[in-house]
Design a protein around this ligand. Structure first.
Ligand SMILES: Nc1ncnc2c1ncn2[C@@H]1O[C@H](COP(=O)(O)OP(=O)(O)OP(=O)(O)O)[C@@H](O)[C@H]1O
Length: 256
């Protein structure tokens, strides 16, 4: 369909010389997690993949075409973005915000149809925020806002999702619900690429991982080949104990 491909991509992290060229493809049905310590460049990578930031070299391709050669409207139909910094100051309700997800699919000046409204309402229901439809987004809690942002991308229905810390602000139940939703999206043929701070969420729900080190070094591949305790300890500069629970490895930091 529309695989997202990083081709010899070197991201432009300020103050970092060099940086490893990355070559990977996020295929349909795959759930990728990006792991790395603070400042490693995870958000920079995500912004570069979204075409919002210039790469130092190499290119990002969507469905085989360089992102830089594609019309923004086509990109906005294909790529859904859940980023950390939001501009929720504009006084919009939760329903109006979810409807923005439909805009890439409308022609200029076209009003949202009854079908667009139904899609947005269904997305809000799926993220458990339908009861907040008439509330101004600026009045919501952090977790509620995060779920509205994810519902907006669900309404957009892109082939590829890019998410920066989607579990941010979410309680345990909603973390699991969002991970299950993303897994279901992948099951329906979408491609998911997200930065995660929670190693255990990544170990449980991602089938591919990209480890990003502070010096710009990176490695990527199927999750089972990346979840090597010694590599993760080096990544986070943190000793870990590995146990298995509920069929997945669980990494516990060693105290002191
Ligand atoms: N506009 C900027 N000016 C200067 N430095 C910047 C700028 N934007 C990012 N950086 C630096 O680039 C590095 C990578 O930032 P980035 O946000 O990509 O890291 P991250 O891995 O997402 O970190 P975190 O886990 O803390 O969210 C950081 O050291 C950051 O301070």
């Amino acid at each position: 369909m529309n695989p997202l491909n990083a081709h010899n991509l070197v991201i432009d992290v300020p103050g970092r010389t060099g940086g490893q060229a990355m070559d990977f493809t996020v295929g349909e049905g795959q759930v990728w997690g990006v792991l790395g310590p603070n400042g490693a460049g995870k958000t920079t990578l995500l912004h570069t993949l979204a075409g919002l930031r210039q790469a130092r070299s190499g290119e990002v391709r969507l469905g085989g075409t360089a992102l830089s050669d594609m019309k923004r409207r086509l990109v906005s139909q294909q790529l859904g973005l859940v980023f950390q910094e939001r501009h929720d100051e504009f006084p919009a309700t939760v329903l109006e915000t979810a409807l923005i997800g439909r805009h890439p699919w409308l022609s200029p000046w076209q009003m949202e149809s009854g079908e667009d409204l139904a899609i947005a309402e269904q997305a809000l229901k799926q993220l458990d925020v339908a009861h907040l439809s008439d509330r101004l987004v600026s009045t919501l809690s952090g977790g509620e806002r995060q779920r509205v942002a994810i519902a907006t991308v669900l309404a957009q229905n892109p082939a590829t999702w890019l998410l920066d810390e989607p579990s941010n602000h979410l309680d345990l139940h909603h973390q699991v619900a969002v991970m299950e939703l993303l897994k279901a999206q992948a099951g329906a043929g979408r491609a998911i690429f997200m930065c995660l701070h929670d190693l255990n969420l990544a170990a449980r729900w991602c089938d591919h991982l990209l480890l990003l080190f502070p010096n710009g070094e990176a490695c990527w591949g199927p999750a089972e080949t990346m979840l090597v305790p010694s590599a993760l300890e080096r990544l986070y500069n943190q000793k870990l104990v590995t146990v298995e629970a509920d069929g997945a490895p669980v990494f516990v930091p060693v105290k002191g």
